[in-house]
Design a protein around this ligand. Structure first.
Ligand code: HDE
Length: 756
């Protein structure tokens, strides 16, 4: 069933209960004619509890277990109450001295309701404020069991998870498709406590030392005077910082590549970035880097699409994730590790593993699959779950430990600290989405928002009054014991190691690994972003950085900016490309891809029906686009219309198929036929918005098909029928088969100039 239709039905349900006068809702005082419609029509049982919302083991003052009951308290019973559980007869009118009289100060319900509302907002995250989350399950293959004793990585173990994806720079209400890094944070509710992997979709970071984090974030956030631009890196302070601070070069290059504008959260890779240390049952250690590989492949938008979506559908990624899960197309990622020997120098093939601006190419250390993540349940309350979830790289379990990456060290401090401001105190682990699924028996007590009622009198150790309880465990009973790593004897310094000084060879490897079309996109991104800067000196400095990555890249961007290309200031690194870094040249599953089927009342309606069914059968999503809403044609099997020419925009579709004549729709104001505004010599031309749909899809390298006369719409849009990725045929379903084949490569890459 179509999630959009379900949403519309829900909305209708909500709208149905109108027409009640206030006095009709007073229990015991029903209105003369109508029943009290303000009451729920169907009193229902409390919502079912979620497995991940069980609380620490505590008791309430009445001796009743809390936690489970607390979650139930959220919404239970059939009647509206105040926050103290007292039933209310009216929540729509303030208490007044007569209907036209002054509002009375004694209205305690008004006071409570508005007081709570006044405090509904909490500070947004200082970074990663804009996010979308989902619940899921992680199934371990057991293939890492020889390198880690972590119970959740043993064979065939299933662990509940909550994942939050985010952009970094924008505010909570900013657009999803801006050019930015994406957060990919996973909370594993393991049997040994919570493990958080707080990663990104880019495997390297801007800085090598946590002490630079306030600097990079201040530079990238909106300018402090006017607070613009929102959620953008295309401004002077960002480029000022990243060109002066050249260790940011590698991450910036990834941002300027297609990785900075993912097609979907479901088609992003994820990376733990830092090198972690796994510990096996015998105490043996292995260094690892964590990877998430999406089953659907790694796909991106093109920049024009990203910009259009920012206005047309700022919730594009959030909606896509929720719709896919609701439709049962649950996104999956394989969890993988690159493993390295835990040597004293912490390097692998000359690559410093403690430097978070480095990757280790997969060709040198393959990513070994160790489990599968499936996101299968949307949050039922955004604030309670996605907003209040609190991640922390220090949430570790036995078998997973940290290394001396100086960036990670600062994070271990920062994430706890920030929750105190954001979530209002130290008891955020008791918020349902943060509660461990393992028993909690700690000795922290009290504090703001304490919701546990702890037992016992001796929250200290050693004690005799609580019988010495609780006991500490040894490593053999599942305790987290730090790996006994030797700390080198050294002098205190504020310095980085010399191995952190190479800022250009890894970016050069990335550039050399890109296909021509990906390079073209990178050039376009730098030209756009630097073109938005006002300061000439910053543009010139940026070109000097680019010259040290690659002269061709530098020259192309310089041309776009109208500036001379400088010479490199360091010798160009002699590095081999890593083909695994390119997103182009593979074939991927087409699950969940969106096919727009354009047709009018005089179009190929049999074709529309047949294509719709085939799209559904192959696990993709058909959206019928027609001149008007309702159904296309009449009769019981008339296809329902999901988008009209007024509501459709090309960016939503992965491929378009015109089935017969598209016809003319009503214009955006709903007042007249769109054709009415056209010059008379355009008579007979299709609706101009169909032309825009097709022309944009063509420009963005999308597969386009036409059947049974739909070709004329393509021609009117200036699309050559023999162009790459344009399929014209007599049978709509035959055309669909070709489109599906093309979708396996995500886009028709041959249509981009660099490959022509
Ligand atoms: Fe974060 N980061 N970060 N970060 N980070 C936060 O924590 C911080 C870094 C990442 O969906 C904050 O709860 C410092 C690297 C994600 O809730 C804050 C440093 C990586 C999220 C914070 C870094 C990340 C955050 C803001 C430099 C990739 C969103 C609110 C040492 C491996 C998590 C919060 C979510 C969030 C600090 C660097 C990823 C302020 C000091 C490197 C995915 O604590």
């Amino acid at each position: 069933t179509n999630p959009l239709k379900r949403a519309a039905d829900k909305a209708t349900d909500v709208l149905r209960g109108d027409g009640a006068g206030p006095e009709q809702g007073i229990p015991g005082k029903p209105g003369p004619e109508a029943p009290p419609v303000a009451e729920p029509t169907e009193p229902h049982e409390p919502f079912p509890l979620k497995a991940d919302q069980t609380a620490p083991d505590t008791v309430s003052p009445t001796g009743q277990p809390t936690g489970a009951d607390q979650a139930r308290m959220a919404q239970s019973g059939s009647y509206l109450t105040n926050a103290q559980g007292t039933r209310l007869y009216d929540t729509d009118h303030s208490l007044k001295a007569g209907p036209r009289g002054p509002v009375l100060l004694q209205d305690h319900h008004l006071r409570e309701k508005v007081m709570h509302f006044d405090h509904e907002r909490i500070p947004e995250r200082v970074v990663h404020a804009r996010g979308a989350g989902a619940h899921g399950v992680f199934r371990s293959y057991g293939t890492a069991a020889n390198v880690t004793k972590a119970a959740f990585l043993a064979r065939d173990v299933e662990t509940p998870v909550f994942v939050r994806f985010s952009t970094v720079l924008g505010s909570r209400g900013s657009a999803d498709t801006v050019r930015d890094t994406r957060g990919f944070a996973t909370k594993f509710y393991t049997s040994e406590g919570v493990f958080d992997l707080v990663g990104n979709n880019i495997p390297v970071f801007f800085i090598q030392d946590a002490i630079k984090f306030p600097d990079v974030v201040h530079a990238a956030k909106p300018h402090p005077d006017r607070e613009i631009p929102q959620a953008q890196s295309a401004h002077d302070t960002f480029w000022d910082f990243v060109t002066l601070h050249t260790e940011a070069t590698h991450h910036t290059l990834w941002n300027m590549s297609d990785r900075g504008i993912p097609r979907s959260l479901r088609t992003m890779e994820g990376f733990g970035i830092h090198t972690f240390r796994l510990v096996d049952a015998d105490g043996g250690t292995t260094l690892v880097k964590f990877h998430w590989k999406p089953k659907l492949g790694v796909h991106s938008l093109v920049w024009e699409e990203a910009q259009i979506i920012g206005g047309v559908d700022p919730d594009f990624h959030r909606r896509d994730l929720a719709d896919a899960i609701e439709a049962g197309a649950c996104p999956e990622w394989e969890f993988g590790i690159q493993t390295f020997p835990d040597t004293s120098d912490q390097t692998f093939r000359g690559i410093d593993l403690l430097d978070p601006t480095n990757i280790v190419p997969e060709e040198l250390a393959p990513v070994q699959p160790i489990g599968l993540l499936t996101l299968d349940r949307n949050p039922s309350n955004f604030f309670a779950e996605t907003e209040q979830v609190a991640f922390h790289p220090g949430h570790l379990v036995p078998g997973i430990d940290i290394t001396d990456d100086p960036l990670l060290a600062g994070r271990l401090f920062s994430y706890l600290d920030t929750q105190i401001t954001r979530l209002g105190g130290p008891n955020f682990p008791q918020i349902p989405v943060n509660r461990p699924h393992a028993p909690v028996n700690d000795m922290t007590r009290d504090g703001v928002h304490q919701s546990a009622v702890h037992r016992g009198v001796a929250p200290y150790r050693p004690n005799s009054l609580d019988g010495g309880c609780p006991f500490t465990a040894g490593a053999d009973a599942g305790a987290f014991v730090e790996a006994p790593v030797r700390v080198p004897e050294a002098t205190k310094v504020r310095e980085a190691p010399a191995s952190f000084d190479d800022h250009f060879s890894q970016p050069r490897r990335f550039w050399l690994s890109m296909s021509p079309v990906e390079r073209e996109h990178i050039i376009g991104a730098y030209t756009f972003e630097l073109g938005k800067c006002y300061e000439q000196a910053i543009k010139e400095r940026a070109l000097r950085v680019l010259a040290n990555i690659d002269p061709e890249l530098c020259a192309a961007v310089a041309t776009g900016l109208g500036l001379p290309a400088p010479e490199p200031t360091v010798p160009l690194a002699d590095v081999a490309p890593s083909p695994a870094l390119s997103q182009v040249g593979h074939t991927w599953p087409t699950d969940g891809r969106i096919i727009g089927i354009i047709s009018g009342p005089d179009g190929d309606l049999d074709g529309v029906r047949a294509v719709r069914q085939e799209v559904l059968d192959s696990g993709m999503v058909p959206l019928v686009v027609a001149p008007r809403g309702g159904t296309l044609g009449s009769g019981t099997d008339a296809p329902a219309v999901q988008r009209t020419y007024a509501t459709a925009r090309s960016v939503e579709f992965d491929a378009l198929l015109v089935a017969g004549t598209p016809g003319i729709g009503v214009d955006a104001h709903g007042a007249r036929d769109a054709k009415a505004g056209l010059p008379t010599d355009r008579d007979g031309a299709p609706d101009p918005r169909v032309g825009l749909l097709l022309a944009e899809a063509y420009r963005h390298g999308k597969a386009i098909g036409a059947a049974k006369g739909g070709e004329s719409a393509l021609e009117a849009a200036g699309i050559p029928l023999d162009a790459p990725g344009v399929i014209a045929g007599d049978g709509a379903t035959t055309v669909l088969q070709e489109l599906t084949r093309l979708l396996g490569s995500h886009r028709v890459w041959d249509r981009f100039p660099s490959t022509a």
